[in-house]
Design a binder for this molecule. Structure first.
Ligand code: UD1
Length: 301
């Protein structure tokens, strides 16, 4: 992307946001906006200015969003499970903040790159999933992200705000926190490192498209530059792996002697997921660089 711009990363103390900040500070003025509800001070890059604020606070956000060229909106309540348990809180976090930022963009004229999710497709009828696939979110989180994604398009259509929505598939990499609300790779990693059994839920035949956070960062940089605004793009690798194979790979790469056990499957679990990345490839020249085996080696070695 262009150099020497003033950019904001919301959620810049979080998993994806902090990696984006690390890349952006190399040639831009970077401001991090984070409320540190799940983000961590240890993820912060010292070259970035940090403003601790809740993005639902209109006055604080107004001040923080002055004189900016691009906002990368990564802050969110990211747990599907938590959204099911506390839908109102998730709604307020994910939609209140987004609308606030889009309104400021309408006034102050900056580009907004927004984090959407493949959760908007629900349980897909067919894979690979193209952007035009029917949307059928199965969780408050998925519905919130679909709304974010559609608001991005509407703000472009109605008010000419430059927006791009990125529909992340299953993102993994360093700094993804472990624990119950985390993604399967960080859970298996923690289990393998502690010699605990890797808990495959259900038969393990379910598939996912795991995309490394470095590739997600590159997709964001391309989105900041593209002329193809007002649209949404899948961000994945276009490849897929079963959860059973994933468990085996993680065990092998980490040299762990953990067993692989099967536990009860998740209710409503998505059976198959794989991105069709034709649109982002054709319009932005995006190619994923990190294969799963390379990404797992660098994460686990
Ligand atoms: C993930 C994301 C969600 C994103 C969504 C898009 C997380 C926590 N969730 O949900 O934010 O919007 O993709 O659809 O990152 N599994 C096991 N054992 C475990 C944990 C998980 O077998 O210990 C299985 C699950 O049953 C599931 C698969 O691994 O089949 C992936 O689970 P998870 O990493 O939670 O991701 P998604 O459910 O795809």
């Amino acid at each position: 992307m262009a150099q020497d711009e003033t950019v904001i990363v919301t959620g810049g103390a979080g998993f994806i946001g902090s990696h984006l900040v690390d890349r952006l500070v190399l040639n831009n003025e970077v401001r991090v906006l984070d409320n540190f509800s799940t983000g961590s001070h240890t993820n912060l890059n010292s070259a970035a200015e940090v403003i601790e604020t809740d993005l639902r606070d209109e006055d604080a956000t107004e001040r923080a969003l002055q004189d900016v060229d691009t906002v990368f909106h990564q802050a969110a309540q990211v747990s599907v499970t938590r959204s099911v348990e506390q839908p109102q809180e998730s709604f307020s976090n994910n939609l209140g903040a987004t609308l606030n930022i889009l309104e400021k963009a309408r006034k102050n004229d900056f580009r907004v790159v927004l984090a959407s999710s493949c959760a908007i497709y629900g349980a897909p009828d067919e894979t690979p999933i193209a952007e035009s696939h029917p949307k059928d979110p199965r969780s408050p989180y998925g519905l919130e992200k679909l709304t974010v994604d559609r608001y991005a398009r509407l703000y472009n259509d109605l008010y000419d705000v430059e927006t791009v929505a990125l529909r992340y598939f299953n993102v993994y990499g360093p700094r993804q926190s472990g624990g119950d609300y985390s993604g399967v790779i960080s859970i298996f990693k923690e289990q393998a490192e502690n010699g605990k059994p890797l808990t495959v839920e259900g038969d393990g035949d379910q598939t996912r498209d795991f995309v490394h956070v470095d590739d997600v960062v590159r997709a964001n940089l391309l989105a900041a530059e593209t002329n193809h605004i007002g649209a949404a793009y899948n961000v994945g690798t276009g490849t897929t792996v079963t959860i059973r194979e994933l468990a085996e790979q993680i065990r092998d790469v980490s040299g762990s002697d953990s067993e692989i056990t099967h536990v009860e499957g998740r209710e409503g679990d998505v059976k198959k997921s794989q991105a069709d990345i034709g649109r982002i490839r054709n319009r932005m020249g995006f190619e994923p660089n990190v294969t799963l085996s390379k990404g797992l080696r660098s994460l686990l070695d």
